[in-house]
Design a protein around this ligand. Structure first.
Ligand code: NAD
Ligand code: DAU
Length: 360
């Protein structure tokens, strides 16, 4: 049995589905269900005893202690976070509360639980913290990709809050000996991605005939990884990672934003042509840039490849085609997310109350 926090969000839900498919090991999924948490993401696990959902905040020490005592997990994988850079610029408070204070409370609850385990249980226990490449700051075009030795230079409220959480995790290892692992991953994409982020926003806006807003000159570079490849990397690090180490996760897929948007438009032109015969690229609109916008991220994933033998399964070409197909096949998921109906569905299916467990 493992604990997953934030398992109703984009990567967390993909991870829970992947974990149960690949390992069959039960998961207790602890998620506050913010705007980004969507239990419809996990509807295929309804009635499956291997998935237990608990609506709770990682900042709630009492609930965490009670859950740890009840379920006695062998590992905790921490995805729970506020994740959207633009939201962090307009309202940083929630980012500090969840990403910094929440991670601190979670670490403390886990430390107390871990310290009371017997020796063999203590030996195998792991706390894996899921973090981002954004903690390293920004790169110039000719800079080498981020390695694990790169300095932390976070530039947005989001990345600063994630950097703070990484430092707390590191400190709980060095000071208390908590058996931690940290992964720093590049931009994910794939099914279940909330349509506030670049790729799903472009797909749903294109299909709705809306503008495709490209920030600034569109030449900012991100390094894209298919979400299930991130999940397989986390499984591998949990299985074989060296305690206290950090692992960069990425697929060597650097792309300028405008090229991503043009690729999405090209796939939609092929898979769901516009009725007027024109290209979706006609909907591209350049808009004011994001304040403090990092110019380039790129991940050097050689440590993970060399030491743990991990490789991504998807190329960008296969992953982006699957992703566009998934959004075309799931218009109801998109409609529910956009209308907020996914919240009503959750209430009908689970009637969750804070801290109360519900089988899903
Ligand atoms: P997301 O916003 O889609 O999901 C976050 C989930 O956490 C939601 O289900 C939300 O309800 C839950 N949550 C938020 N605050 C909580 C709290 N206080 N207590 C319990 N649950 C809470 O995010 P995501 O894109 O799936 O990212 C997951 C993790 O991976 C984050 O830690 C993020 O920093 C990291 N990450 C994301 C990317 C990416 O490209 N999306 C890349 C690298 C790392
Ligand atoms: O690098 C990993 C990070 O990737 C994660 O830690 C974050 O949680 C995740 O949200 C993501 O951050 P980004 O800011 O890179 O992702 P986003 O999808 O918001 O934006 C990707 C790029 O596209 C970025 O350069 C901003 C740009 N953009 C974004 C949106 C939403 C646009 O040009 N137009 C848009 O409408």
């Amino acid at each position: 049995m493992i604990f997953v926090t934030g398992g109703a969000g984009f990567i967390g839900a993909n991870f829970v589905l992947d974990w149960i498919e690949q390992t069959g090991e039960p998961v207790v999924n602890i998620d506050k269900l913010t705007y980004a948490g969507n239990l419809q993401n996990l509807s295929s696990l309804q009635g499956d005893a291997r998935h237990r959902f608990v609506q709770a905040d990682i900042g709630d020490s009492a609930v965490l202690a009670a859950l740890l005592a009840e379920y006695r997990p062998r590992a905790v994988v921490n995805f729970a976070a506020e994740s959207h850079v633009d939201r962090s610029i307009h309202g940083p408070e929630d980012f500090i509360q969840t990403n910094v204070v929440g991670t601190f409370r979670l670490l403390e609850a886990v430390r107390q639980y871990w310290q009371a385990l017997n020796a063999p249980e203590k030996e195998v226990f792991r706390f894996l913290h899921v973090s981002t490449d954004e903690v390293y700051g920004t790169l110039a075009p000719s800079d080498p990709a981020f390695t694990e030795e790169h300095n932390y230079e976070p530039n947005s409220p989001y990345s600063a809050s994630k950097a703070a959480s990484d430092h707390l995790v590191r400190a709980w290892h060095h000071t208390y000996g908590l058996p931690v692992l940290t992964t720093n991953c590049s931009n994910n994409y794939g099914p279940l991605h909330f349509p506030e982020k670049l790729i799903p926003l472009m797909i749903v806006n294109a299909l709705a005939g809306k503008p495709l807003p490209v920030y600034g000159d569109g030449m900012q570079v991100r390094d894209w990884l298919y979400v299930r490849d991130h999940c397989s990397a986390i499984r591998r690090v949990l299985e074989a990672g060296k305690l206290g180490d950090t692992y960069n996760v990425g697929g060597w897929n650097e792309k300028a934003n405008i090229d991503i948007v043009r690729t999405v438009c090209g796939l939609l032109d092929e898979m769901r042509p516009r009725e007027d015969g024109k290209s979706y690229a006609e909907q591209i609109t350049y808009v004011t840039d994001r304040p403090g916008h990092d110019r380039r991220y790129a991940i050097d994933a050689r440590k993970l490849e060399r030491e743990l033998g991990w490789k991504p399964a998807e190329t960008f070409e296969t992953g982006i085609r699957k992703t566009v197909q998934w959004y075309l096949d799931n218009p109801q998921w998109v409609a529910n997310v956009q209308s907020g109906a996914y919240r009503e569905w959750v209430q009908k299916q689970y009637a969750p109350q804070s801290g109360q467990a519900a089988a899903a």
